[in-house]
Design a protein around this ligand. Structure first.
Ligand SMILES: CC(C)(COP(=O)(O)OP(=O)(O)OC[C@H]1O[C@@H](n2cnc3c(N)ncnc32)[C@H](O)[C@@H]1OP(=O)(O)O)[C@@H](O)C(=O)NCCC(=O)NCCS
Length: 333
């Protein structure tokens, strides 16, 4: 007779224990970027809400930013680094395809030999990572997970591009996820629409660059297409995440959408009919759009500025290149 396998189950519930953040060292105001794109400080402020964005020094990598953010999250979690057995890094901008950012970061922060892998879900990467950490822990595949969104987008911008470059910044945000006695991570609503793959992403391949057929690949977008998709489709996803969690917008303490454009954030808040009491992440104003890092960076800042949010419910939603999206309600640590 074939012996019956052991198939594990894990914790009944999970929660986020702590946040960590690392931002690029340099504030880059609109004035510094407008000349090559024939723009103005006023246009960028009005259309995007960005006043300045952070960018990292040349010798600071997405790996360095990730390790700094992770070290803070681990310290604040109270969980020894060697008990973390899964490290998930969401990123689209590390210039080396392999080895993964996650394995290097796991080693740097003391989590070696944790399972480690990178995931590519652009601006939805952090929400995807939280969904995976939650699932891994509840399935018994990990006990404590580190989820990091890290980007050095300044390496993949073209200063003459008017479509996206002026939005982008560098940074990393991290969380430690672990078991919980009560539910701390609501159901994830996630998905993709590859029929709109051309709406945002890299303009060339690395092989085209190698063969001299194209310049260094940089990010581009069809701004209005992504804008309309975000406002129409993502509001539905946000509503589904609230409903699936068994709550109403009135129960939220905070709303942390991907920091893509202040007008999208305002439109979300209006359409979701969020009460005045809900604190909204608006980190984009001084950090810019940091893709996978934007949600944890914005949440980290909200918790610094509003410590009373601790223990409250936050709706987070990421969306971007793919196109992909992911949303869930979480209990703030
Ligand atoms: C990129 C974005 C800020 C552009 O704003 P917009 O209001 O859609 O701007 P449009 O592209 O419709 O252009 C409006 C006008 O501004 C001009 N313009 C476009 N980019 C410009 C720039 N960087 N600086 C100055 N003017 C610009 C256009 O030429 C156009 O001029 P016209 O009215 O004389 O024809 C906006 O579309 C956006 O944020 N999109 C979504 C981003 C997003 O969510 N991304 C998610 C993945 S990261």
């Amino acid at each position: 007779m074939t012996p019956q396998l052991i198939q594990p189950t894990g914790a009944a519930h999970t929660r986020i224990y702590s946040y960590g953040a690392a931002r690029g060292q340099n504030a880059v105001p609109n004035e510094d970027l407008i000349e090559p794109i024939d723009s103005s400080d006023e246009w960028i402020r009005q259309r995007t809400g960005i006043i300045t964005r952070v960018r990292a020094d040349a010798d600071t990598s997405a790996i360095d930013l990730a390790a700094d953010a992770a070290a803070e999250a681990i310290e604040r979690s109270g969980i020894p680094a060697d008990r973390i057995d899964a490290v998930i890094v969401a990123t689209i901008s590390n210039p080396k395809q392999t080895p993964s950012v996650s394995a290097i970061v796991a080693d740097r922060v003391g989590a070696n030999p944790a399972a480690a892998y990178d995931l590519n879900a652009a601006c939805a990467g952090f929400a995807y990572g939280v969904a995976q950490a939650d699932a891994l822990i509840r399935a018994g595949a990990a006990h404590y997970a580190l989820v990091i969104g890290t980007e050095k987008l300044s390496d993949v911008v073209d200063p003459t591009d008017r479509s996206i470059s002026f939005l982008l910044g560098d940074g990393a945000g991290a969380v430690v996820v672990g078991p919980s006695e009560t539910p701390g991570i609501g159901p994830t609503i996630w998905g993709s629409d590859g029929s709109k793959a051309d709406a945002v992403g890299m303009n060339h391949t690395l092989t085209e660059f190698r063969d001299g057929l194209a310049p260094w690949p940089t990010l581009r977008q069809e701004g209005p297409t992504v804008f309309r998709w975000a406002v129409w489709e993502m509001v539905k996803v946000a509503r589904q995440a609230i409903e699936a969690a068994g709550i109403t917008p009135d129960d939220l303490a905070a709303f942390v959408p991907h920091q893509a454009n202040m007008r999208i954030i305002d439109e979300f808040a209006k359409q979701l009919k969020l009460p005045e009491s809900v604190v909204i992440g608006r980190d984009i104003e001084t950090t810019g759009n940091t893709s996978a890092a934007s949600i944890p960076l914005a949440t980290h800042r909200l918790l610094e500025e509003h410590p009373e949010l601790s223990g409250g419910l936050a709706l987070q939603i990421g969306f971007g290149a793919g196109l992909v999206f992911g949303a869930q309600v979480v209990v703030l640590p």
